[in-house]
Design a protein around this ligand. Structure first.
Ligand SMILES: CC(C)(COP(=O)(O)OP(=O)(O)OC[C@H]1O[C@@H](n2cnc3c(N)ncnc32)[C@H](O)[C@@H]1O)[C@@H](O)C(=O)NCCC(=O)NCCS
Ligand SMILES: Nc1ncnc2c1ncn2[C@@H]1O[C@H](COP(=O)(O)OP(=O)(O)OP(=O)(O)O)[C@@H](O)[C@H]1O
Length: 230
């Protein structure tokens, strides 16, 4: 099974690319997992209320994500606290998701994880290949401001809360340039799919059951290691 990690900077176009890849491969989206964990009654919701108090809830009892965003993107200490309590849930759900697809016989799955490179060497344990979606800094800022109705200052503090995009790009196997039109991004995504599909064909020819058993063992070890880290 190929596990493609899809990453990039905030608002560089990961969701745009994952919606194109979705026609061919299942996607596990870390942001969607977080939103799901924040539903009332779920462990993410409980953890956030414990950390930030009931003031972080809307009148309906939902986590107020814009309010939480304002807090954590402007305060590195709070962000660290939030990350250390939510990320382990996210990675547990991601690993369970991958295992489910593996057992179903899926041959390639995409993990859309904004903070993948921030995981350091763990990113290489989790993913066979990493693709980074990038665009120019000024375009990233403009797109973020437009999409989230933010001022330039607010957008900048969100961009600066992540590793520099140049670092994410240098640690990735494939780069998707999203500076141009959607059409030009589509062409690059199609090329990436071709590369993945031919690599899948090659693997299928050489992957007898023993390596498959070894891969399962590595995934199990990964779960244990992640539990020890987070
Ligand atoms: C801050 C929150 C409330 C903002 O929610 P909102 O719905 O407005 O945005 P969304 O969840 O879609 O995230 C948008 C983007 O913000 C960036 N981002 C989110 N959390 C973080 C973080 N802790 N550090 C740096 N960047 C982040 C990512 O690029 C992400 O794609 C939410 O993202 C959150 O709870 N984040 C903490 C968990 C986390 O790290 N998620 C990232 C995936 S693991
Ligand atoms: N090639 C493009 N041309 C014009 N606009 C684009 C292009 N790609 C993405 N956008 C727009 O830029 C914004 C950010 O894109 P997208 O939501 O895909 O980024 P993201 O990396 O998934 O963001 P986040 O990190 O917040 O999850 C969106 O409003 C999207 O419509």
């Amino acid at each position: 099974m190929i596990i493609l990690g899809l990453t990039g900077g905030i608002a560089t176009g990961k969701s745009t690319v994952s919606s194109l890849l979705q026609t061919q491969y299942p996607i596990l989206d870390a942001d969607a997992i977080v939103h799901d964990l924040y539903k009332p009654g779920r462990r993410g919701h409980k953890a956030i209320v414990k950390l930030f108090g009931t003031e972080i809830l809307t009148a309906d009892g939902e986590i107020d994500r814009p309010k939480l965003g304002e807090l954590i993107f402007n305060n590195a200490t709070l962000r660290k606290k939030l990350n250390s309590c939510i990320h382990r849930f996210v990675y547990e759900d991601l690993i369970i998701g991958v295992l489910k697809y593996y057992l179903k016989g899926t041959r390639c799955v995409v993990l859309d994880i904004p903070l993948l490179i921030e995981l350091g060497w763990v990113s290489r344990l989790l993913c066979s290949k990493i693709a980074c979606v990038h665009c120019e800094d000024s375009l990233q800022c403009q797109r973020l401001m437009a999409r989230n109705s933010l001022t330039e200052e607010q957008a900048r503090s969100r961009i600066n809360s992540q590793l520099p995009l140049s670092v994410k790009m240098s640690k990735s196997d494939y780069l998707i340039d999203n500076n141009g039109s959607l059409e030009s991004t589509k062409v690059q995504v199609a090329q990436l799919s071709d590369t993945l599909n031919s690599s899948l064909l090659a693997r299928f020819r050489v992957l007898p059951p023993i390596p498959i058993a070894l891969i399962l063992l590595v995934i199990l070890l990964l779960v244990v290691i992640l539990r020890m880290i987070f």
